[in-house]
Design a protein around this ligand. Structure first.
Ligand code: NAP
Length: 529
């Protein structure tokens, strides 16, 4: 594997920055990896944004077929470069090879999902209301509407998904699919992986004869370079995955711009799980094993990690928590993605343990080696939880909090007080579910995906998935950052009034040359007018 150049991609050229310089570190060994990475300059940010603005009109005019070809080209290049990508990413993240392979598969799958979506074309939601010049008292105009791309999008890479939510990840794929140029802000933890992936996308841009500003990749501190980017007037939207602090800072920057722009930030989620009596009685042991697996999967560094377990007190519930405590105590420690994330995890545990009336139920053994996280289980009473908002904060890592409720009314109070989450889970028998129908309604109000008798980790990328929820899980709970519906974040509706047929986009022309399913005068149709 050749050494990275460490310079940002500014369209087809590379930055000539001389610094500041940073290096990536293998979190498993704390050893610095080869390759200096040079922070993009303010002039680099300006160049990337100017190129993106210049590319936006051509990209917005691109047919679905050409966008699909571009997305498939990127996917094919990633497939071919998988060994190189895995070799660098495993070193930069400490993630096992199999996980990196799997995540690359997901990334390729996402690109192809969006390619198929735009190839078919129906997603643009074409609507036609034909004119009625005879209508009284006023004639009805001809109105035709469809979704159009927003323009240049900034994408901030996620630390915990070096592929699926980084340079060529879901935000980038959905923005390209919508017809938007993308400027990616690399995550400082995996700059080398980002550089390899950036090179593949630039090659695809050239191969598909797309404009130079279709894609740029900036290296450097998000707090410096990312902020400069977020303020640039050419930018039209931001996609982000990371901490609540980082997401919030970008939301505030975007809102304070002379021309504010939307920020789609996926930030923090505690993913409550409600365990009902019948399920605990029927399969408490298996539930404890499954719960430990979900809490500690990927060293707990998943946005869907179950951080809150809500139970009514009973002998079965006590037995389940006792078993789960044993499993937590026996669990293995794991390498976290960065020393910063490890530091935040340790601080989170210390702060939680110091909370009044919160007990540490179990903590796994620690080797004391750098960046290792020890699975930790806490417990508290519903009244304490309800009186202390900090207990709703995400501890990013393999930790969970048991909330004991004295009775159903208390459980209802806990559930209705929950902040927004990506997921909410119920474990219950049919009888439990029939007796607790209000739970689904309560959980719908706070989460984007409801899981019954399963575990929230493991997010399927599909047309029906929802990976979003009310704040703080997402900055805008109306959207999803996973699955084909993610494309709508980077679009807006445009209506064409009384246009001559030849001047309309093909999607809205009378002959329906693309054969789309359209809403014509209120009825779905794929026929010509
Ligand atoms: P982060 O600190 O939010 O950083 C993510 C990206 O945003 C980095 O590129 C970072 O750049 C940038 N950034 C941070 N603050 C910014 C600001 N004020 N303005 C502009 N850009 C900013 O997240 P992280 O490094 O991935 O992990 C830290 C913590 O985030 C974790 O401990 C965890 O709590 C949380 N997290 C949550 C999820 C989730 O899905 N729920 C996923 C990942 C992380 P620089 O750091 O280079 O400045």
């Amino acid at each position: 594997m050749s050494s990275p150049s460490g310079q940002s991609f500014l369209g087809f050229s590379r930055s000539q920055s001389t610094g500041p310089v940073q290096r990536c570190v293998n979190p498993a060994t704390s050893v610095e990896l080869a390759g200096d990475f040079f922070q993009a300059t303010e002039a680099d940010v300006l160049k990337a944004a100017t190129l993106a603005a210049a590319a936006a009109p051509s990209l917005s005019a691109l047919s679905g077929k050409l966008k699909a070809q571009f997305l498939r080209d990127i996917a094919t290049r990633i497939e071919a470069a998988t060994p190189t990508l895995v070799a660098r990413a495993t070193q930069e993240t400490g993630l096992p090879e199999a996980r990196c392979q799997g995540e690359i598969g997901r990334t390729i799958g996402q690109l192809r999902l969006f390619a198929d979506l735009v190839d078919k074309g129906d997603w643009i939601d074409a609507r036609i209301e034909t004119a009625n010049p005879e209508r009284k008292p006023l004639p009805k105009p001809d109105h035709r509407s469809m979704l159009r791309p927003l323009g240049p999008v900034a994408v901030f890479c996620a630390s915990n998904f070096p592929f699926a939510y980084s340079v060529a990840g879901g935000d980038t794929a959905s923005a390209f699919a919508a017809g938007c140029p993308v400027i990616v802000m690399a995550h400082h933890a995996h700059c080398g992986t980002a550089e390899i992936m950036g090179g593949l996308i630039v090659d695809a841009v050239r191969a598909c004869n797309l404009p130079e500003g279709t894609f740029s990749l900036l290296i450097g501190q998000g707090r410096v370079v990312g902020q400069q980017l977020a303020k640039h007037p050419a930018l039209r939207a931001i996609g982000f995955t990371g901490s609540r602090l980082g997401g919030r800072a970008l939301m505030d920057t975007a809102a304070a711009r002379p021309s504010p722009i939307p920020v789609y930030a996926e930030m923090s989620s505690v993913n409550p799980v409600v365990l009902l009596q019948g399920a605990l009685a029927a399969r408490g042991e298996g539930l404890a094993t499954g719960m430990l697996g979900s809490c500690t999967l990927g060293v707990g560094q998943f946005c869907t990690q179950p951080g809150l377990l809500i139970l009514e007190r009973s002998a079965e519930a006590e037995a389940f928590v006792a078993r789960l405590s044993t499993l937590f105590a026996e669990a293995a420690e794991g390498v976290m993605l960065t020393s910063g994330i490890h530091h935040a995890y340790v601080n989170g545990l210390v702060a939680r343990a110091a909370q009044k009336n919160v007990r540490v139920l179990a903590q796994a053994k620690s080797s004391g080696d750098a960046n290792r996280a020890t699975p930790t289980l806490f417990a508290t009473e519903a009244a304490v939880f309800l009186a202390n908002d900090s207990l709703q904060e995400e501890i990013f890592g393999p930790s969970s909090l048991v909330v004991w409720c004295a009775h159903r009314e208390e459980r209802d109070r806990v559930v209705t007080a929950l902040h927004g989450s990506l997921t909410a889970t119920i474990h219950g028998t049919d009888e439990d579910l029939n007796k607790n129908k209000e739970l689904v309604v309560q959980l719908e109000a706070i989460a984007g995906r409801l899981v019954i008798n399963g575990f929230p980790t493991g997010v399927e990328v599909s047309h029906a998935i929802v990976h979003g929820g009310p704040y703080p899980s997402l900055s805008d709970g109306r959207s999803t950052s996973v699955g084909s519906n993610a494309i709508y974040r980077f679009t807006r509706l445009v209506c064409y009034q009384n246009f001559p047929d030849a001047q309309l986009p093909a999607e809205l022309q009378n002959a329906n040359p693309l054969g789309l399913s359209r809403l014509v005068n209120g009825n779905r149709s794929d026929a010509a007018l």
